[in-house]
Design a binder for this molecule. Structure first.
Ligand code: UDX
Length: 438
């Protein structure tokens, strides 16, 4: 082995492209492999196929060093010592479970090219037990290699930061050698004092889904409190602030609103439930069903407020929707609560105009029948109601006096509890928010 190992990254989507560019920035030679030639061509030119703050410049910079290359050809990985599997594990079409097709085919595709002592490292989120069975399969296909699991915890919008300065590194390994290889590769990150957790394969897989289940639970907890606040005449934003001062609770992830979406939280809790049932531990995760239900109910509750603010029959009304992505600083519209609400209002007959700083193109691809506006002014012009559904900074900075001149009706619903209610009200707006009764 040379001083610095050569790495391959299989699957160059959100996780893989980030991991490849970040590992290259640590000085490794990195070969990214993806089956999509369009994606590979873009990445090879140093262009990012999606929006992620900071990753575009990092990618371009690393391509220029010559250390980072992308290809569709699996044989290009033959020199690599470590192979990171970063392919997707979406929800399967016919149920709650995760679709493991891509992970399985990634392992089968790398197997013929693995050199003596190579380590395959899964980073994708998988149902517990997957790593063990893939390791057994690899022992058949490529006995000279080993397999470990190293879950990622990166958040969209903070992908580079979370990869290079994670709050912990978790490795699932079957022996000391695999742990040492991973310690060597992550040495620059460990040198920052990053906690290192060695686990067995099933525990490493579980850490990821447990973390996401906890986060989802925290959000649904505060959204359940929002429902109670609405019923009791309370204010969930004050409640969240007050309980958040208790360090055992903590104030983060207590933002009540239209709930969680994205490519991870919703599918991960569903796949976790499906897997627990297979394992005979269904009851242990029954509560996640409720977490999912509370989350989906939040979308419905916004639509109820729209109907009570406008009318049961929405066909005569124009609604401006601010936000299409599942959260700000991302162009990801997968399972986006904002887009789901826009689509439902459109289906109910309202004229819906959607704006998003980065997510219009991906949203249009998914829902070509929706109307999109390129600017906030175009979106809100003539609107009977504004729905604020993704808390982009651009929206938080809006001047209600300026916006007030464009709309038909000065009425706004804050689906994220992120706008300054007093500011909007003092500018003459009727302002409603989820979980705040007055
Ligand atoms: C998540 C996990 O945070 C990350 O560790 C994991 O690796 C992948 O899944 P991400 O999907 O990027 O990351 O988004 P996150 O920041 O966790 O937000 C998830 C959703 O919850 C968003 O739709 C967000 O709007 C919503 N959310 C978050 C709330 O509704 N309220 C909150 O207080 C926080």
């Amino acid at each position: 082995m040379s001083m610095k190992s050569t790495l391959s990254v299989i699957g160059c989507g959100y996780l893989g492209a980030t991991h490849a560019a970040c590992m290259s920035s640590l000085g490794f030679t990195v070969i990214g492999v993806d089956t999509d030639p369009v994606k590979v061509a873009m990445l090879s030119r140093g262009e990012l196929p999606f929006y992620e703050p900071g990753l575009d410049t990092l990618l371009a910079q690393e391509i220029r060093t010559g250390r980072l290359t992308f290809t569709t050809d699996f044989s290009a990985i033959a020199d690599a010592d470590i192979h990171f599997i970063c392919v997707g594990t979406p929800q399967s079409k016919d149920g709650l479970a995760a679709d493991l097709t891509y992970v399985k085919s990634a392992v089968t595709a790398v197997a013929p090219h693995l050199k003596e002592g190579a380590l395959v490292v899964g980073k994708s989120t998988v149902p517990v037990g997957t790593a063990q069975s893939l390791r057994e399969e690899l022992a058949q296909l490529a006995p000279q290699a080993d397999l470990a699991w190293n879950p990622e915890f990166l958040r969209e919008g903070f992908a580079v930061e979370d990869t290079l300065t994670p709050n912990r590194l978790v490795v699932g390994v079957a022996n000391d050698r695999a742990e040492q290889i991973l310690k060597d590769v992550y040495a620059p990150i460990l040198a920052l004092g990053t906690p290192w957790i060695r686990a067995d394969l099933p525990t490493a897989e579980l850490v990821k889904v447990a973390a996401n289940s906890f986060l989802a639970t925290k959000i649904s907890f505060i959204n359940a409190m929002a429902e109670v606040c609405e019923a009791a005449g309370g204010d969930v934003t004050v409640l969240a602030k007050a309980i958040g001062y208790d360090p055992r609770i903590g104030s983060r992830f207590l933002q009540a609103g239209i709930g969680f979406g994205g490519g991870c939280l919703p599918k991960d809790i569903r796949a976790f439930m499906a897997r627990a049932e297979e394992l005979g531990a269904k009851q242990a995760l029954e509560f996640l069903r409720e977490i999912d239900a509370i989350n989906l109910r939040a979308r419905q509750r916004v639509i109820d407020v729209v109907r009570s603010d406008l009318s049961e029959d929405l066909t005569q009304y124009t609604i401006a929707v601010l936000g299409a992505t599942f959260k700000p600083d991302s162009d990801d519209v997968r399972d986006s609560p904002a887009l789901d609400i826009a689509v439902q209002l459109h289906a109910a007959g309202a004229t819906v105009v959607v704006h998003d700083p980065k997510g219009i193109e991906p949203a249009r691809k998914r829902f070509p029948t929706l109307t999109f506006a390129e600017s906030v002014s175009d979106c809100v012009r003539g609107a009977d109601l504004i729905l604020h559904l993704t808390e982009w900074k651009e929206y938080r900075d809006l001047d209600p006096l300026v916006i007030g001149k464009l709309v038909k009706n000065k009425m706004i619903i804050d689906g994220r509890n992120a706008l300054d209610r007093e500011l909007w009200r003092s500018a003459g707006w009727k302002f409603h928010a989820l979980g705040r009764s007055d």
